[in-house]
Design a protein around this ligand. Structure first.
Ligand SMILES: [Zn+2]
Length: 72
């Protein structure tokens, strides 16, 4: 992925892989399909929704992040 990917902000090709941490420590933030809906306690409804791990590539020239929601 990194060899064919360019920074959409500055056009540089040197993108550094990483991920977005989450407060519960699962190791990666997830992308959840569909509009955000909240349950009675205020948490986001996730049940039965398609989910993908978010992969973050950081441009080493300008720091811009490119995010990809890939299959797990
Ligand atoms: Zn850049």
């Amino acid at each position: 992925m990194t060899q064919q990917t360019r920074c959409t902000y500055c056009g540089a090709q040197d993108l550094e892989p990483g991920f977005l941490d989450d407060p519960r420590g699962s190791g990666a933030t997830k992308w959840i399909a569909g509009r955000l809906e909240r349950g009675p306690l205020g948490g986001a409804r996730r049940l039965g929704r398609l989910r993908r791990e978010v992969h973050a590539l950081r441009c080493t020239t300008c720091g811009h992040l490119e995010l990809f929601a890939l299959r797990e």
